[in-house]
Design a binder for this molecule. Structure first.
Ligand code: ADP
Ligand code: MG
Length: 623
């Protein structure tokens, strides 16, 4: 039987050793030989502690001794430094000695450790996912195949106004903008059929009723039977696109308007000029004088309208100077009090440290008045008008969002009211010429267009904040000037028409024959001796032939490559000290150059009245 036991013991896969009461080996089975890489014959008869030099710091020796002492079996795992393996040990005390079974569990432990490690990594990944999930500004949405919401990132609160708990368990379709339902469903169906999901747009409805546009990417997980979506709120992007479209639209309207207004200017110059002459010729015929006066009045109104359109088109002749905006506000106060009436309280908050700005003083004042009149119209029951000035820096971020604003220092002028406000739809269009919500005859729709053109021509920026029922704030950002403000002197009222002194001769250069004819006639009428030229080259020809000329009166924009500026320069080379008066329907610095005018040459803006012409010619000759 002992042999049978031996055979049995050597066949088991666990290691097995038996020792007597002196801890001497009596049995060592084959599995133990393999694991320990020893021969049984080398061990039999030696004590376990001697033969194996069991490390007393490991639990082997103390555990065996303790188990033998108490008579209780022991079971433990320990790393055997001798064999370099992990052993799971069970020891059984008995009267004849002690029996030990053991198993090599190194592989199991490695596998277990690997499992623990991968679990740890997975948990770390989940924590990261969790953090992303919790902090993302995008919307992460997990729904089942029917669209029932299973999971939702907390960003749903800022994005759609709901807490995730409010939505989990509900169907996403309840919150989708109805028009987008079909498209979203078909995208989901396609995803489930294994098609890679494309980016698609669908809108959700915010708790407050607002429609929020999203762009989505997503995947279908067959294993989880779930759709995972990530949605990006496109509100800001779309708004930016919209701002761009709007500005491009204004730009296009401006181009068109500017072109037409320019041609009209020339026509009106001819009309007004002829009417001026006619009026003098028919003096004495009361009816004819009356007709001419009416025609002149209408033509003058046309000219005013053309000027407004040119202002919108940023082609206004600007007398841009360095000025103190606070002073211009103060200068309008009297007029504002008179215009706005008792029902409207006017308050100002003017920054005493305000930087000087670049602007046209007269246009700036008329802008303030324009804005104040809009404010008055928005407050039929009365209210408050606030005029505020402050130094403002437009930073890169703001400039990027409002692409028509360049970063830099600006002087801000805000005109705010407590009126009816504007809807976003109205606000989107207020700068368009002829856009008005006022009844016919009351509004022209040109006020804000002019303001916009004026400020943009100065390379400033206009921003409108408005809330229906609360009020409106129009903020102008005028470029800060780097030099000190010049005092603005009050315009002297137009004097009587000054005439020529005997023998004064003017060279009039104008490409448009109708305009040339009327200018020549007007100048002759004022007593000047006039010679004319149709372009720069012809004028130079006359000058180099030695024609006597006291003053060169020339159009700025002429075909043929030589502008009025070029001509003035060339003429001065031939005749140093020659007096020059330029005329143009365009601003002195086309394109809205920010520099204040050089101040060297006088510029007369078309269309002009004969009296203006007379005054400016005289002033230039005498200047
Ligand atoms: P108009 O005053 O002739 O209508 P504007 O260009 O000055 O032309 O203004 C265009 C439109 O902008 C107005 O008809 C009005 O609808 C709106 N608007 C302008 N200013 C205000 C304001 N302060 N409050 C409310 N709406 C305004
Ligand atoms: Mg207006």
């Amino acid at each position: 039987p002992e042999r049978e036991v031996d055979a049995l013991l050597s066949s088991i896969s666990d290691g097995f050793v038996a020792v007597d009461n002196d801890w001497r080996f009596t049995h060592v089975n084959a599995a133990a030989e393999r694991m320990w890489r020893v021969k049984a014959s080398d061990l039999i008869g030696r004590t376990i502690f001697d033969a194996l030099k069991v490390d007393p710091s490991n639990p082997f020796q103390p555990n065996y001794l303790e188990s033998k002492r108490t008579g209780e079996p022991t079971a433990f795992s320990a790393y055997s430094t001798i064999f370099g393996i992990w052993l799971e040990v069970r020891g059984y005390p008995h009267p004849a000695g002690y029996t030990i079974f053991f198993r090599d569990v190194s592989e199991e432990r490695r596998a277990h450790r690997a499992l623990l490690e991968s679990q740890r990594r997975l948990e770390a990944l989940q924590r990261t996912n969790r953090r992303i999930f919790e902090t993302t500004l995008d919307l992460i949405l997990v729904v089942d195949r029917r669209g029932n919401i299973i999971q939702l990132s907390p960003s749903v609160w800022p994005l759609l106004g709901y807490r995730p708990e409010e939505l989990i368990g509900r169907n996403a379709a309840e919150y989708l903008y109805p028009d987008d339902l079909e498209r979203t469903r078909s995208e989901m169906r396609m995803a489930r059929k294994g098609h890679l999901m494309r980016n698609f747009d669908s809108r959700y409805v915010h708790k407050d009723g607002r429609v929020v546009p999203f762009t989505w990417t997503g995947i279908w997980s067959e294993a989880d039977q779930q759709h995972f979506f990530i949605g990006r709120d496109m509100t800001e992007r779309n708004a930016q696109d919209e701002r761009l479209r709007r500005a491009q639209r204004l730009e296009a309207i401006g181009q068109l308007t500017g072109g037409i207004a320019h041609d009209f200017n020339n026509l009106l110059t001819v009309v007004i000029g002829n009417l001026d002459l006619l009026q003098e010729q028919v003096a004495g015929d009361a009816r004819a004088v009356d007709h001419a006066a009416r025609a002149l009045k209408a033509a003058t109104r046309g000219a005013a309208l053309t000027r407004q359109l040119l202002a919108f088109a940023r082609r206004q002749a600007l007398d841009a100077r360095v000025l103190d905006v606070n002073e211009r506000v103060a200068a309008t106060m009297d007029l504002l009090h008179r215009t706005l009436g008792e029902e409207i309280e006017i308050t100002t908050a003017l920054d005493p440290e305000l930087w000087p700005a670049v602007a046209d003083p007269a246009q700036l004042e008329s802008t303030i008045v324009n804005l104040a009149i809009n404010a008055r119209d928005a407050m039929p029951q009365g209210g408050r008008l606030m005029i505020e000035t402050a130094n403002r820096r437009i930073d890169e971020i703001y400039a990027a969002r409002n692409f028509d604003a360049a970063p830099g220092d600006y002087v801000m002028l805000a005109v705010s009211d407590t009126g009816i406000g504007m809807t976003p739809e109205v606000q989107a269009r207020v700068f368009e010429p002829f856009f008005t919500t006022k009844p016919t005859g009351k509004g022209t729709g040109l006020g804000l267009s002019m303001v916009y053109g004026f400020v943009r021509q100065l390379q400033g920026h206009v921003q409108i904040y408005s809330e229906v029922g609360h009020g409106t704030s129009v903020r102008l950002y005028l470029p800060r000037a780097r030099t000190a403000a010049e005092p603005v002197t009050a315009e002297t009222s137009a004097p009587a028409m000054p005439r020529a002194r005997s023998g004064e001769r003017i060279l009039a250069v104008e490409d448009n024959p109708d305009v040339r004819r009327i200018v020549t006639a007007q100048l002759a009428d004022l007593g000047y001796d006039v010679i004319e030229a149709a372009n720069g080259e012809a004028a130079i020809g006359l000058l180099s032939r030695g024609e006597a000329v006291d003053l060169l009166f020339t159009d700025v924009v002429m075909p043929g490559g030589m502008s009025g500026y070029d001509l003035a320069q060339a003429a001065r080379t031939l005749r140093p000290g020659l007096k020059v008066l330029l005329t143009s329907g365009f601003p002195k610095t086309p394109g809205g150059d920010r520099r204040p005018p050089a101040g060297s040459d006088n510029l007369l803006i078309k269309p002009y009245r004969k009296a203006d012409l007379a005054t400016r010619i005289r002033a230039t000759l005498d200047g």
